[in-house]
Design a protein around this ligand. Structure first.
Ligand code: TTP
Ligand code: MG
Length: 402
């Protein structure tokens, strides 16, 4: 079934893109089963000033959408159930989702709280072909968390992401290497990375609406009119997108970062992301048997200027609480934090030391409470690996709004 030419080639990859369906609203329906099947709108009271964060598919049938003013949503769907945003809870569920993904591949790149790429090349021996892995992931999320996800399975990130979005909710779309051209041909150019309303309009003036149509435009013309973005489009419309899944970096540092598809300003959302990243870094440190002396925070703003802030801790750590608290306090010390939009966030642990010697440097020996917390973390990691994420669910690791 798999294209024989590409299957054997060392560069052939299998990428899964997973995106939860109506994420915040689905979590609310899960936590309040009486809301299943009803139009749930998350964002605040119907007469409040804010906008809709998301809504259940039942509410989408009435024309309600993310980012729509709540009052407009109330007009379109007067009998909707309007709920406040419980970011802390969504962050907790998000970490459970990522812990499930980690069971299926060592290369998981988070894109937001509810979205990730997995490179499952080479995981076939353990779990079967990529589409089977994707099925198992979806089934596990359904069984353990009671939530629905859509996935795309394809030879690269671009195609996997487009595929996961195509049949939402509950979508399951596999694009094999030899099918990429046909798959993309009739889709709108808007599906491609970097094509916003302006590029779409420009292409429309050339008579181009579909990805297949774009292939007819010579590279020089695209480059002359759109610069580097044009060169990128030339490759993308041919399904060429070989950016790797950004997973773990080996050796000297352990880091995890996330690039947002939309610009994010909301400090409580950003805090939720920091918590997710800190949790993943801490878990990887424990798996690798290392502690880190220094926490590094990386923030990129809209103009793509990147700043890094670092703080060296009194003692090396592998605890998510400490990594999160440090990263968050570094973030909050940035003057424009919470007021200017952010494009990318990263948390890493550097100055790594072997866990067996990691804590001996302290003058008074290890602190008893800390030792106990260490043992707790390790025990929790072990139980989760063995019995699954749901075996232990902490009510709240830390208060996010404090
Ligand atoms: P999305 O994955 O874009 O949306 P969704 O999961 O609610 O619905 P679906 O994927 O099935 O289309 O975003 C994930 C979460 O991010 C979403 O549940 C709420 C939050 N979010 C906002 O707060 N504001 C927004 O404008 C968007 C698009 C999402
Ligand atoms: Mg989603």
């Amino acid at each position: 079934m798999v294209d024989s030419e590409t299957e054997g080639s060392p560069t052939a990859r299998w990428i899964i893109h997973l995106d939860m369906d109506a994420f915040y609203a689905a979590v609310e329906q899960h936590d309040h089963p009486e809301l299943v099947g009803r139009p749930v709108i998350v964002g605040g009271r119907p007469d409040a000033r804010g906008v809709v964060s998301t809504c259940s598919y039942e509410a989408r049938a009435f024309g309600v959408r993310s980012a729509m003013p709540l009052r407009e949503a109330a007009r379109r769907c007067p009998h909707g159930v309007f709920l406040p945003v419980r970011m802390e809870r969504y962050a907790e569920v998000s970490r459970q989702i990522f812990a499930i993904l980690d069971r299926f591949s060592p290369l998981v790149e988070p894109l937001s709280l509810d979205e990730a790429f997995l490179d499952v090349t080479g995981c076939e021996g353990l779990f079967g072909p990529a589409p089977c892995i994707a099925r198992r992931i979806v089934a596990t999320i359904r069984q353990e968390l009671g939530l629905s996800a859509s996935v795309g399975v394809a030879p690269n990130k671009l195609v996997a992401k487009i595929a996961s979005d195509l049949r939402k909710p509950g979508g399951f779309v596999v694009v094999r290497p030899g099918e990429v051209d046909d798959f993309l041909r009739d889709l709108s150019v808007r599906c491609l990375w970097g094509v916003g309303p302006r590029t779409e309009e420009y292409l429309a003036r050339l008579g181009v609406k579909t990805i297949g149509g774009l292939r007819a435009i010579p590279r020089e013309i695209l480059v002359a009119s759109l610069g580097e973005a044009g060169a990128a489009l030339y490759d993308l419309c041919r399904g060429r997108a070989d950016r790797p899944v950004a997973g773990s970096e080996p050796a000297k540092s352990l880091g995890q970062e996330m690039t947002f598809p939309q610009d994010v300003t909301d400090p409580s959302y950003l805090a939720a992301i920091l918590l997710l990243l800190a949790d993943r870094v801490a878990r990887r440190a424990r798996e690798a048997g290392v502690y880190g002396r220094t926490v590094v925070l990386k923030v990129r703003d809209l103009e793509f200027s990147t700043i890094t802030r670092r703080r060296t801790l009194p003692r090396p750590t592998d605890a998510e609480e400490e990594i999160y608290a440090t990263a968050r306090s570094l973030a909050e010390a940035i003057p424009w934090w919470g007021t200017r939009p952010v494009r990318l966030l990263g948390v890493s642990l550097v100055n790594l030391v072997d866990a067996s010697v990691g804590k001996q440097g302290t003058l008074f020996g290890p602190v008893t409470g800390e030792l106990r917390r260490d043992r707790l973390h390790r025990a929790v990691d072990q139980i989760r690996r063995k019995y699954g994420e749901e075996a232990i669910v902490r009510a709240r690791v830390m208060k996010m709004e404090e």
